[in-house]
Design a protein. Structure first.
Length: 350
């Protein structure tokens, strides 16, 4: 009320005059040049356009229609054109509702190096570090389905080292890693993230998985369309629980997807053409959840016991190596293909 009286003038009026808006009887002295009561005067002041201070402001806005229409600069920064029907530009509006985090303050990724060896970029619009250095590597992955890792990148060094250190020398000398490819199956990450959020124990673990490869991926650097090339098919759409048992007849813990922490164990389930002389193995990101530990075979299983999310076979009794069995394909993503040199074909595979 004080703001109204401060701008008002004292105008005597005859008794019985009513407010032209609410029809209330006016006092003997007006606080405005118009025949309005104190309440209506306050409402009019509040509804005036804050820019021209003449016309009534649009409902829910501070400016009138004329000022909105004639405005060509953001009311905040004074540089960019405003959004349609707004007084602020897109940049100022976004900064107000989602403040931009400087790269120095953003949570850095575990590895700031792209698979090609160049540094990753920070997206100011999404306020996060991107997975790649830019649009070139992203488009290449979308077109070819694979992206070759630079041998000097930390990802390549980490994966190839894990492959070598987890190889059991009882299977012979560890074969050399030739190439590591990054893969990104379409839409699998969405299902994976949703499944991970549904688990109480949602820690990520990494395992190996052997597969059949019958194309020359090493030289073409592109996924093939051959239906029998398991490596390329899984790289495109991810693992499919419905296809379990189509290549391997014996399933130790029933109908599930099998992974192992030792690369030498998964080598038993790889198949490569002798003409190319190399094999392929997946390095898989998994969320096992709460693992049920098993020591003996149970080929008739279709799921872990109630209260568990997966089954983990421990070596000792009927198992020679540890292995993980997942009963849903939403719990794993094939993230990398490891191409390694191993001539000939293992007769036990497929």
């Amino acid at each position: 009320m004080a703001s109204v009286l401060k701008k008002s003038v004292s105008i005597p009026i005859p008794p019985g005059v009513k407010c032209k808006v609410c029809d209330a009887v006016l006092p003997s002295v007006l606080v405005s040049k118009e025949t309005l009561c104190v309440t209506c005067t306050q409402n009019k002041l509040n509804s005036l356009c804050t820019k021209c201070k003449v016309n009534a402001a649009n409902v829910g806005h501070r400016w009138c229609h004329s000022c909105f229409k004639s405005n060509d600069k953001c009311n905040k920064c004074g540089k960019n054109p405003p959004n349609k029907g707004r007084s602020w530009c897109e940049k100022c509006f976004r900064e107000k509702n989602n403040p931009v985090i400087p790269p120095s303050q953003a949570v850095p990724p575990p590895d700031k190096t792209c698979v090609c060896g160049k540094p990753k970029v920070f997206c100011m619009k999404e306020n996060k570090w991107l997975d790649f250095c830019g649009i070139t590597c992203t488009q290449h992955l979308l077109v070819t389905g694979v992206l070759k890792l630079d041998e000097k990148s930390s990802e390549y060094i980490s994966i190839s080292t894990k492959f070598k250190t987890s190889w059991n020398t009882k299977k012979g000398e560890c074969p050399p890693v030739t190439t590591v490819f990054k893969v990104q199956p379409l839409g699998v990450d969405i299902k994976f993230n949703a499944y991970q959020m549904s688990l109480k124990d949602n820690n990520v673990e990494w395992y190996f998985h052997g597969c059949k490869i019958i194309c020359d991926l090493l030289n073409t650097k592109s996924l093939c369309n051959l239906p029998d090339c398991t490596v390329c098919q899984v790289s495109k759409i991810g693992f499919d629980i419905k296809k379990v048992g189509s290549n391997v007849k014996f399933t130790r813990f029933g109908k599930g997807l099998y992974f192992a922490p030792e690369s030498s164990k998964c080598h038993d389930y790889t198949l490569g053409l002798a003409s190319y002389g190399y094999r392929a193995m997946f390095y898989v990101k998994c969320v096992p959840g709460l693992k049920q530990v098993a020591f003996t075979d149970n080929p008739t299983r279709v799921a872990p016991d109630p209260g568990y999310d997966s089954l983990y076979g421990k070596a000792g009794k009927s198992l020679n190596y540890d292995e993980l069995c997942l009963y849903t394909d939403q719990a794993c993503i094939p993230d990398y293909i490891i191409i390694y040199r191993r001539d000939g074909v293992d007769r036990r595979c497929f």
